[in-house]
Design a protein around this ligand. Structure first.
Ligand SMILES: [Zn+2]
Length: 54
């Protein structure tokens, strides 16, 4: 996923360290996002979200 993050603002991908999630920002002017389970570029499985453990 690092290849996506390197593009900075051009690709609306964010990494939420708190939950260890990769997500796509919803460009509605708000702060919502959609959590990714697979890398949209490589198709590899991303690390599982830690959200449920918190
Ligand atoms: Zn990738």
């Amino acid at each position: 996923m690092e290849h996506a993050l390197d593009n900075g603002d051009e690709v609306p991908i964010v990494y939420i360290a708190k939950y260890k999630e990769f997500a796509i920002k919803v460009l509605d002017g708000g702060s919502s996002y959609i959590v990714l389970k697979f890398c949209p570029w490589c198709g590899h499985i991303l690390p599982r979200s830690q959200r449920k453990k918190l």
